[in-house]
Design a protein around this ligand. Structure first.
Ligand code: SF4
Ligand code: SF4
Length: 338
Protein backbone atom coordinates (compact mmCIF):
# COMPACT_ATOMS: atom_id res chain seq x y z
CA UNK A 1 0.00 0.00 0.00
CA UNK A 2 2.92 2.35 0.48
CA UNK A 3 4.09 2.00 -3.11
CA UNK A 4 4.02 4.67 -5.82
CA UNK A 5 0.54 5.63 -6.97
CA UNK A 6 -0.26 4.34 -10.46
CA UNK A 7 -1.60 6.90 -12.89
CA UNK A 8 -4.82 6.70 -14.85
CA UNK A 9 -2.91 7.04 -18.12
CA UNK A 10 -2.07 3.37 -18.49
CA UNK A 11 -5.76 2.49 -18.32
CA UNK A 12 -6.93 5.20 -20.66
CA UNK A 13 -8.08 3.65 -23.93
CA UNK A 14 -7.81 6.91 -25.88
CA UNK A 15 -4.80 8.21 -23.94
CA UNK A 16 -4.86 11.42 -21.97
CA UNK A 17 -2.32 14.06 -22.90
CA UNK A 18 -0.58 14.99 -19.66
CA UNK A 19 0.93 18.22 -21.03
CA UNK A 20 -0.69 20.79 -23.28
CA UNK A 21 0.78 22.70 -26.25
CA UNK A 22 2.31 25.24 -23.86
CA UNK A 23 4.06 22.46 -21.92
CA UNK A 24 1.81 22.90 -18.88
CA UNK A 25 1.05 19.83 -16.75
CA UNK A 26 -2.45 18.39 -16.47
CA UNK A 27 -3.75 18.68 -12.91
CA UNK A 28 -4.15 15.51 -10.88
CA UNK A 29 -5.42 14.38 -7.50
CA UNK A 30 -3.92 11.53 -5.51
CA UNK A 31 -6.03 9.36 -3.20
CA UNK A 32 -5.89 10.08 0.49
CA UNK A 33 -3.37 8.14 2.55
CA UNK A 34 -2.70 8.00 6.24
CA UNK A 35 0.44 6.31 7.53
CA UNK A 36 1.15 5.02 4.01
CA UNK A 37 -2.25 3.32 3.78
CA UNK A 38 -5.05 4.37 1.46
CA UNK A 39 -8.09 5.76 3.24
CA UNK A 40 -11.63 5.97 1.94
CA UNK A 41 -13.93 8.53 3.54
CA UNK A 42 -17.04 8.45 1.33
CA UNK A 43 -18.28 5.52 -0.72
CA UNK A 44 -20.92 6.39 -3.29
CA UNK A 45 -23.16 3.65 -4.61
CA UNK A 46 -24.88 4.55 -7.88
CA UNK A 47 -28.02 2.46 -7.84
CA UNK A 48 -28.79 2.81 -11.56
CA UNK A 49 -30.16 5.43 -13.92
CA UNK A 50 -33.77 4.35 -13.67
CA UNK A 51 -36.02 7.06 -12.22
CA UNK A 52 -39.74 7.76 -12.03
CA UNK A 53 -39.02 11.37 -13.00
CA UNK A 54 -37.37 12.91 -16.03
CA UNK A 55 -36.04 16.23 -14.76
CA UNK A 56 -35.01 18.72 -17.41
CA UNK A 57 -31.44 19.10 -16.08
CA UNK A 58 -30.70 15.56 -14.79
CA UNK A 59 -26.96 15.03 -15.21
CA UNK A 60 -27.33 11.26 -15.58
CA UNK A 61 -30.30 11.76 -17.95
CA UNK A 62 -32.19 9.38 -15.69
CA UNK A 63 -35.76 8.52 -16.66
CA UNK A 64 -38.29 5.66 -16.50
CA UNK A 65 -36.60 4.12 -19.56
CA UNK A 66 -32.88 4.78 -18.91
CA UNK A 67 -31.30 1.48 -17.88
CA UNK A 68 -27.80 2.37 -18.96
CA UNK A 69 -26.54 2.34 -15.37
CA UNK A 70 -27.87 -0.83 -13.83
CA UNK A 71 -29.27 -1.62 -10.41
CA UNK A 72 -26.69 -3.26 -8.14
CA UNK A 73 -28.02 -6.35 -6.37
CA UNK A 74 -27.23 -6.82 -2.68
CA UNK A 75 -25.08 -9.92 -3.22
CA UNK A 76 -23.01 -8.02 -5.79
CA UNK A 77 -22.58 -5.01 -3.54
CA UNK A 78 -21.88 -6.81 -0.28
CA UNK A 79 -18.19 -7.67 -0.91
CA UNK A 80 -17.57 -4.07 -2.00
CA UNK A 81 -19.12 -2.77 1.22
CA UNK A 82 -16.89 -5.18 3.18
CA UNK A 83 -13.81 -3.87 1.37
CA UNK A 84 -14.88 -0.27 2.01
CA UNK A 85 -15.15 -1.15 5.71
CA UNK A 86 -11.56 -2.41 5.66
CA UNK A 87 -10.43 0.95 4.28
CA UNK A 88 -12.23 2.80 7.06
CA UNK A 89 -15.20 4.19 5.11
CA UNK A 90 -16.90 6.95 7.10
CA UNK A 91 -20.04 7.46 5.07
CA UNK A 92 -21.94 5.45 2.45
CA UNK A 93 -24.19 7.41 0.09
CA UNK A 94 -26.77 5.78 -2.17
CA UNK A 95 -27.75 7.71 -5.27
CA UNK A 96 -29.16 7.13 -8.75
CA UNK A 97 -31.51 7.50 -10.59
CA UNK A 98 -34.10 7.01 -7.90
CA UNK A 99 -32.87 4.48 -5.35
CA UNK A 100 -36.34 3.39 -4.29
CA UNK A 101 -37.35 2.17 -7.76
CA UNK A 102 -36.21 -0.70 -9.92
CA UNK A 103 -37.93 -2.16 -12.99
CA UNK A 104 -40.35 -4.21 -10.89
CA UNK A 105 -41.35 -1.28 -8.67
CA UNK A 106 -41.66 1.13 -11.55
CA UNK A 107 -43.84 -1.26 -13.60
CA UNK A 108 -46.04 -2.03 -10.56
CA UNK A 109 -44.91 -5.67 -10.16
CA UNK A 110 -43.39 -5.09 -6.70
CA UNK A 111 -44.08 -2.68 -3.90
CA UNK A 112 -40.53 -2.27 -2.59
CA UNK A 113 -37.03 -2.28 -4.01
CA UNK A 114 -35.93 -5.22 -1.85
CA UNK A 115 -32.36 -5.31 -3.17
CA UNK A 116 -31.86 -1.71 -2.14
CA UNK A 117 -33.40 -2.36 1.28
CA UNK A 118 -30.97 -5.24 1.92
CA UNK A 119 -28.01 -3.13 0.80
CA UNK A 120 -29.17 -0.26 2.99
CA UNK A 121 -29.54 -2.47 6.07
CA UNK A 122 -26.09 -3.95 5.55
CA UNK A 123 -24.43 -0.59 4.84
CA UNK A 124 -25.82 0.87 8.06
CA UNK A 125 -23.98 -1.79 10.05
CA UNK A 126 -20.75 -0.47 8.51
CA UNK A 127 -21.04 3.33 8.49
CA UNK A 128 -23.50 6.24 8.57
CA UNK A 129 -25.62 6.28 5.43
CA UNK A 130 -27.13 9.05 3.37
CA UNK A 131 -29.91 8.25 0.88
CA UNK A 132 -30.37 10.68 -2.01
CA UNK A 133 -33.93 10.53 -3.30
CA UNK A 134 -36.42 12.65 -5.19
CA UNK A 135 -38.76 12.08 -2.25
CA UNK A 136 -41.81 11.86 -4.45
CA UNK A 137 -43.90 8.75 -4.03
CA UNK A 138 -41.84 5.55 -4.17
CA UNK A 139 -39.96 6.32 -0.95
CA UNK A 140 -43.34 6.11 0.79
CA UNK A 141 -43.58 2.38 -0.04
CA UNK A 142 -40.49 2.03 2.13
CA UNK A 143 -41.63 4.03 5.16
CA UNK A 144 -42.00 0.94 7.37
CA UNK A 145 -38.41 -0.08 6.84
CA UNK A 146 -37.14 3.50 7.15
CA UNK A 147 -38.99 3.84 10.45
CA UNK A 148 -37.41 0.61 11.75
CA UNK A 149 -33.95 1.65 10.60
CA UNK A 150 -34.38 5.07 12.20
CA UNK A 151 -35.32 3.40 15.50
CA UNK A 152 -32.27 1.15 15.29
CA UNK A 153 -29.68 3.61 13.96
CA UNK A 154 -30.99 7.10 14.78
CA UNK A 155 -29.21 9.94 12.96
CA UNK A 156 -26.79 7.44 11.42
CA UNK A 157 -29.37 7.28 8.61
CA UNK A 158 -30.08 10.50 6.75
CA UNK A 159 -32.37 11.24 3.83
CA UNK A 160 -31.39 13.92 1.33
CA UNK A 161 -34.14 15.30 -0.91
CA UNK A 162 -33.91 17.90 -3.65
CA UNK A 163 -36.26 20.86 -3.69
CA UNK A 164 -35.35 22.99 -6.67
CA UNK A 165 -36.99 26.03 -5.10
CA UNK A 166 -39.17 26.93 -2.13
CA UNK A 167 -41.83 27.86 -4.72
CA UNK A 168 -43.94 25.09 -6.28
CA UNK A 169 -44.03 26.54 -9.81
CA UNK A 170 -40.23 26.77 -10.04
CA UNK A 171 -39.71 23.25 -8.68
CA UNK A 172 -42.41 21.77 -10.91
CA UNK A 173 -40.97 23.56 -13.95
CA UNK A 174 -37.86 21.39 -13.57
CA UNK A 175 -39.19 18.18 -11.99
CA UNK A 176 -42.73 17.92 -13.34
CA UNK A 177 -46.22 19.11 -12.48
CA UNK A 178 -47.35 18.26 -8.95
CA UNK A 179 -43.94 17.04 -7.75
CA UNK A 180 -43.40 19.92 -5.31
CA UNK A 181 -46.55 19.12 -3.33
CA UNK A 182 -45.74 15.39 -3.31
CA UNK A 183 -42.16 15.95 -2.17
CA UNK A 184 -43.08 18.46 0.54
CA UNK A 185 -45.66 15.98 1.86
CA UNK A 186 -43.02 13.23 1.98
CA UNK A 187 -40.64 15.51 3.86
CA UNK A 188 -43.34 16.24 6.44
CA UNK A 189 -43.99 12.53 6.90
CA UNK A 190 -40.27 11.83 7.35
CA UNK A 191 -40.16 14.56 10.00
CA UNK A 192 -43.03 12.87 11.82
CA UNK A 193 -40.85 9.74 11.95
CA UNK A 194 -38.10 11.76 13.62
CA UNK A 195 -35.85 12.39 10.63
CA UNK A 196 -34.27 15.79 10.12
CA UNK A 197 -34.35 15.76 6.30
CA UNK A 198 -31.54 17.31 4.31
CA UNK A 199 -33.03 19.58 1.64
CA UNK A 200 -30.77 20.09 -1.33
CA UNK A 201 -31.03 22.94 -3.80
CA UNK A 202 -28.80 24.28 -6.55
CA UNK A 203 -27.81 27.90 -6.21
CA UNK A 204 -28.06 28.79 -9.94
CA UNK A 205 -31.79 27.90 -9.90
CA UNK A 206 -32.61 30.06 -6.88
CA UNK A 207 -33.70 33.69 -6.96
CA UNK A 208 -32.79 34.23 -3.29
CA UNK A 209 -29.63 36.28 -2.98
CA UNK A 210 -28.13 35.28 0.34
CA UNK A 211 -27.58 32.02 2.21
CA UNK A 212 -29.77 33.35 5.03
CA UNK A 213 -32.69 34.00 2.64
CA UNK A 214 -32.34 30.53 1.11
CA UNK A 215 -32.33 28.83 4.50
CA UNK A 216 -35.22 30.90 5.79
CA UNK A 217 -37.44 30.25 2.73
CA UNK A 218 -36.91 26.48 2.82
CA UNK A 219 -37.26 26.29 6.59
CA UNK A 220 -40.47 28.36 6.36
CA UNK A 221 -42.18 25.48 4.52
CA UNK A 222 -41.94 23.23 7.60
CA UNK A 223 -42.76 23.36 11.30
CA UNK A 224 -39.83 21.22 12.45
CA UNK A 225 -36.12 21.62 11.69
CA UNK A 226 -34.65 20.79 8.29
CA UNK A 227 -31.05 20.98 7.17
CA UNK A 228 -30.48 22.95 3.98
CA UNK A 229 -27.64 21.90 1.72
CA UNK A 230 -26.65 24.05 -1.22
CA UNK A 231 -24.96 22.89 -4.42
CA UNK A 232 -23.04 25.70 -6.04
CA UNK A 233 -23.06 24.50 -9.65
CA UNK A 234 -25.55 22.69 -11.88
CA UNK A 235 -24.53 19.77 -14.05
CA UNK A 236 -26.39 19.22 -17.27
CA UNK A 237 -23.99 16.74 -18.80
CA UNK A 238 -26.47 13.89 -19.26
CA UNK A 239 -29.02 15.92 -21.14
CA UNK A 240 -26.36 17.74 -23.12
CA UNK A 241 -25.04 14.38 -24.32
CA UNK A 242 -28.54 13.18 -25.21
CA UNK A 243 -29.17 16.35 -27.23
CA UNK A 244 -25.82 16.08 -29.00
CA UNK A 245 -26.52 12.43 -29.80
CA UNK A 246 -29.91 13.37 -31.28
CA UNK A 247 -28.13 15.84 -33.56
CA UNK A 248 -25.65 13.13 -34.55
CA UNK A 249 -22.75 14.95 -32.87
CA UNK A 250 -19.98 13.31 -30.88
CA UNK A 251 -19.71 14.44 -27.27
CA UNK A 252 -16.37 15.89 -26.22
CA UNK A 253 -16.43 15.66 -22.45
CA UNK A 254 -12.75 16.49 -21.90
CA UNK A 255 -11.13 19.63 -20.59
CA UNK A 256 -7.49 20.50 -19.88
CA UNK A 257 -7.07 21.76 -16.35
CA UNK A 258 -3.46 22.57 -15.48
CA UNK A 259 -1.75 22.15 -12.13
CA UNK A 260 -1.71 25.97 -11.89
CA UNK A 261 -5.52 26.02 -11.98
CA UNK A 262 -5.70 24.78 -8.39
CA UNK A 263 -4.06 27.94 -7.12
CA UNK A 264 -5.66 30.32 -9.64
CA UNK A 265 -9.13 28.91 -8.81
CA UNK A 266 -8.26 28.79 -5.11
CA UNK A 267 -9.01 25.08 -4.80
CA UNK A 268 -6.89 22.51 -2.97
CA UNK A 269 -6.64 19.01 -4.52
CA UNK A 270 -7.38 17.60 -1.05
CA UNK A 271 -10.78 19.35 -1.08
CA UNK A 272 -11.98 17.41 -4.13
CA UNK A 273 -14.04 14.24 -3.84
CA UNK A 274 -11.58 12.27 -5.96
CA UNK A 275 -9.12 12.64 -3.04
CA UNK A 276 -11.29 10.98 -0.42
CA UNK A 277 -14.22 9.31 -2.25
CA UNK A 278 -14.92 6.57 -4.72
CA UNK A 279 -18.14 5.72 -6.56
CA UNK A 280 -19.19 2.23 -7.57
CA UNK A 281 -21.48 1.91 -10.58
CA UNK A 282 -22.73 -0.97 -12.71
CA UNK A 283 -22.92 -1.04 -16.47
CA UNK A 284 -22.88 -3.91 -18.96
CA UNK A 285 -23.17 -6.29 -16.02
CA UNK A 286 -19.91 -5.17 -14.38
CA UNK A 287 -19.32 -3.14 -11.21
CA UNK A 288 -16.84 -0.36 -11.94
CA UNK A 289 -15.20 2.31 -9.83
CA UNK A 290 -15.14 6.01 -10.66
CA UNK A 291 -13.44 8.83 -8.75
CA UNK A 292 -16.74 10.40 -7.68
CA UNK A 293 -20.46 10.31 -8.50
CA UNK A 294 -20.08 13.24 -10.91
CA UNK A 295 -18.41 11.10 -13.58
CA UNK A 296 -20.14 8.00 -14.85
CA UNK A 297 -20.46 5.57 -17.69
CA UNK A 298 -17.31 6.63 -19.55
CA UNK A 299 -14.60 3.98 -19.82
CA UNK A 300 -11.87 6.60 -20.10
CA UNK A 301 -12.46 7.65 -16.51
CA UNK A 302 -12.88 4.24 -14.93
CA UNK A 303 -10.49 3.33 -12.15
CA UNK A 304 -10.95 -0.44 -12.16
CA UNK A 305 -13.37 -3.04 -10.88
CA UNK A 306 -12.21 -3.20 -7.25
CA UNK A 307 -11.81 -0.56 -4.60
CA UNK A 308 -8.14 -1.45 -4.15
CA UNK A 309 -7.50 -0.90 -7.88
CA UNK A 310 -9.31 2.41 -7.76
CA UNK A 311 -6.78 3.97 -5.39
CA UNK A 312 -4.81 5.56 -8.18
CA UNK A 313 -3.97 9.04 -9.37
CA UNK A 314 -6.91 10.80 -11.03
CA UNK A 315 -6.10 13.28 -13.78
CA UNK A 316 -8.51 16.18 -13.94
CA UNK A 317 -9.78 15.73 -17.45
CA UNK A 318 -13.56 15.50 -17.50
CA UNK A 319 -15.77 18.42 -18.43
CA UNK A 320 -17.64 17.94 -15.16
CA UNK A 321 -14.41 18.44 -13.19
CA UNK A 322 -14.45 22.07 -14.25
CA UNK A 323 -18.22 22.62 -14.56
CA UNK A 324 -18.98 21.18 -11.14
CA UNK A 325 -15.97 21.07 -8.82
CA UNK A 326 -13.76 23.92 -9.94
CA UNK A 327 -15.92 26.68 -11.43
CA UNK A 328 -16.97 29.62 -9.26
CA UNK A 329 -17.26 28.65 -5.61
CA UNK A 330 -16.85 24.97 -6.52
CA UNK A 331 -19.46 22.31 -5.80
CA UNK A 332 -19.30 19.02 -3.95
CA UNK A 333 -21.73 16.13 -3.51
CA UNK A 334 -20.82 15.99 0.16
CA UNK A 335 -23.41 17.54 2.43
CA UNK A 336 -22.33 21.08 3.28
CA UNK A 337 -25.01 22.67 5.46
CA UNK A 338 -25.88 26.34 5.08
S1 SF4 B 1 -32.52 14.67 -11.17
FE1 SF4 B 1 -32.93 12.97 -9.74
S2 SF4 B 1 -35.16 12.83 -9.69
FE2 SF4 B 1 -34.65 13.99 -11.49
S3 SF4 B 1 -34.53 12.49 -13.19
FE3 SF4 B 1 -32.47 12.75 -12.35
S4 SF4 B 1 -32.26 11.12 -10.84
FE4 SF4 B 1 -34.46 11.36 -11.24
S1 SF4 C 1 -15.57 15.66 -11.07
FE1 SF4 C 1 -14.55 16.62 -9.30
S2 SF4 C 1 -14.29 14.97 -7.79
FE2 SF4 C 1 -14.76 14.03 -9.78
S3 SF4 C 1 -12.76 13.56 -10.71
FE3 SF4 C 1 -13.37 15.59 -11.43
S4 SF4 C 1 -12.45 17.06 -9.98
FE4 SF4 C 1 -12.41 15.02 -9.03
Amino acid sequence: MGTAIPTLLGRHPDGLALTNAKGEQRAFVDPKRLGGRFVLEDLWVMQGSLCDLKCTHCYTASSPSNNRLEQIAFTELRPHLDTAARFGVQKICFTGGEVFVNEAVLRGRAKRNEEFVRSLEYALEIAPVEILTNGRRYIRHHFDVLRQLRERHGDRLRVRITLESPRAAEHDGIRGKGTFAQTVETIKQLMEMGFVPVLTAERPFLSEQTDEEIRAHFQGLFRGPVEVNLIENVLEMGNQLVQLGQRGQEPKPEVFVTTNCFSSLNRAPESLMCHFSRCVQKSEGVLRYYPCPVIYDDARFELGTTLEESFRRVHIAHKNCYDYCLKGKGATCRTRPL
